[in-house]
Design a protein around this ligand. Sequence first.
Ligand code: PEP
Ligand code: MG
Length: 897
Amino acid sequence: MKTVYFFGDGKADGSASDKNILGGKGANLAEMTILGIPVPPGFTISTDVCTYFMQKGEYPADLTNEVENNLHQIESIMGHTFGDSNNPLLVSVRSGARQSMPGMMETVLNIGLTSQTIPGLIQKSGDERFAYDAYRRLITMYADVVMEKAADIGPGEGEGIREKLEALLENLKLKKKVKNDADLDAEDLKCLCEKFKETIKIHLGQEFPDDPHTQLWGSVTAVFKSWNGKRAAHYRNIENIPSEWGTAVNIQAMVFGNMGEDCATGVAFTRNPATGENKFYGEWLQNAQGEDVVAGLRTPNPLNESSRIGGDEGLPTLENNMPTIYAELAAIQQRLEIHYHDMQDIEFTIQNGRLWMLQTRTGKRNGAAAIRMAIEMLESGMIEEKTAIMRVNTGQLDEIMHPTLDTDIEKDFSIMATGLPAGPGGASGQIVFTADDAENWHNDGKKVILVRKETSPEDIHGMYASQAVLTARGGMTSHAALVARGWGKCCVVGCSEIQISAIEKTLSSNGTLLKEGDWITLNGSTGNIYAGEIPLKAADLQSNIFFKKLMELVDKHRAMGVRTNADSPIEAKQALEFGAQGIGLCRTEHMFFNPERIMSIREMIIAENDEDRRKAIMKLLSHQKSDFYEILKTMAPYPVTIRLLDPPLHEFLPQENSQIQELAQALKMSRNKLDARIEHLHELNPMLGHRGCRLGISYPEITEMQARAIFEASAELIMEGTTPYPEVMVPLVGSVSEFIHQRKIIDAMANQVQEKNKVKIDYLVGTMIELPRACATADEIAKEAEFFSFGTNDLTQTTFGFSRDDIGSFLPEYLEQNILAGDPFQSIDKEGVGSLVTMGVEKGRSVNASLKIGICGEHGGDPQSIHFFQRSGLDYVSCSPFRVPIARLAAAQAEAG
Ligand code: PEP
Ligand code: MG
């Protein structure tokens, strides 16, 4: 097993293709080195070592030697020696997993500073203040990461060693009456370092190590251990990253952005990650170390003119301050983007007028930006069509369909404060000040906004549970901003106008005071925040040309059709705008969910004899006919699959006393009689009871009425010159004889209406496949049916034997104990329910090659399930209107991937 991979001086043991062993950071450092881009030399300890260490609790035998040898190589390139008292080499130790996990694991900088080497650094840099500043940073990071976190010491919130040391720094500034760290002199910092070490001894019971190798190995082990830290594990769960991957560790020569005015550090994106605009975008700080930008300790300056966001006109840009270096950086970023064919997120440091690249990786972006970049990179010839399709994930598409603040109402609110617009859209919620509160309140069904002084990766679970995140400090590239943007979550950072008291749980700004639980609204696109709640408005996709182009592209590449589940003309219209190619499921019982109509359906259900039933049914007929007319007209010439009535009786019978009373009055029936009738109709398992085609078999007049309404509406439309295309669907068929029974009634009615009106109606008759028996006998059914539509909701219910309505009572334990990987009602269970789908398709097509097959259960809008349906050979998926664009993209990705 090769454990260590070197990079430096134009040569590297690995390359960008070695992400699995070197992690993303290590692989890209190697690649940049090979490209001749200035990267401080270093080496990567492989992810295999992490896995080995996790399993055995020790390192491979040759690791110490390998690390020593590679350290010597750095020394010979840099001309410094690790631990040398005259000319000390300092190194950084950073994590780097296969997939980027921003801020979730640990970093230790300035390793190698000891009482022996400090004088050497002072002499070499000629700057005593700088040396002690580097030392106090090392002590803070080491104490926090190695001595506390890696040792599993779990202090309470605000009780950690880092907070204690930072409090000492703040006290010193207060005492010296200075505002910035930079105003402390060498002597101040030297004393502070001594205080730090005493505090560590008191609180952690150990000395801060004064040996460079102890520091190095302590840091390496701490980084490996941080892979299993709470926040990394939490992030992995959310992002579905396997815990077996492990992290690599990168050890690299330190370069300093804080050695004077000709030094700087920054983070940049090759294109704007919030809008997708093709402009170099970034932030920088003069005379600062990288962590100052990333951790949001100081709010950074715009890198160039195109990075300005308004209100920051006075701030200096790197473009103006260091034009030559800026030009070098601009050329490198362009080269990296062309090399990787994707937007890059880069980190750089300038030491004494010399530029060093510390990282490049694929940049996280929000939904709108992802779509714009994919289209513009395609149009410029940088990527191909299939790549462009794969560049936008379905979650990002979902995100741009997310609501924004209603601007008409927003303009009447006064702006409480303004921060940086780090995450898209708008959000309102109740204020909470800790991540734990965010999670708890969210679990109680509340909408919360997490408000923090600064963005800390420790808040990850609370951020996830919140509608949005607001911070007082930090930049657009701070960890939490990156994480929020990756999730498409509304986020405002660096809002320096607000004061937060974590103890009193208050937030104040410009004279407004808000307490925990008060409502606040954020506009993640402008950075404005408001006291109170502002209603949200649906996203405007119509004016987004990149969205339109992407949708045209996905339609060109997908084979599967996308229809919608819609029960009203309004939904049908909305779905058409989103690109639906027909209705895959119109649930006719849903057409009766309004108070006026529900009476008629109840009347029908309650009816004791044919005559009463017919009377009630005739009332339904007129409603149905006009509904079908509108829907068929809206969708014409696309097909509309109308499903015959399928009401599980318990959903339609009155439950409450007042409803029963009302029904009794409407039906002119005595209360006793009605109660007795309801009692009679009561079912123990309504989901398996008198529903679906069973209803139409017991009461053929229902099927007759619905078929009449469908065909009469169609005939009317044809006579008006429209081409309706109804597909009549029989629900809950388990055996072919049920289908034949219903089909006879439907065909007879079609003939009757066609003859009477002298028109020819193009229609199909098919069935839902939603019972295991229907799958097993699909070859029988397909001889009689023209189409199948998989009802995977009922098919999941009947395959697992899990009640659709009651799974919530045991699913959490199933997920927790890994008995199920996910909710099978959300994403299709490929092995079980999926194999029944495959069986149904194979059997059906074996006797009827032209059988049209779709799916209309909730899985029709789930990307993972859509990939499965594509492989199963389905003709189309059908989903709710707002999922239609997502299904179109997923169908194209299933084809392209
Ligand atoms: C299904 O069972 O998957 C289906 C679409 O029908 P419903 O949800 O109406 O039972
Ligand atoms: Mg069903």
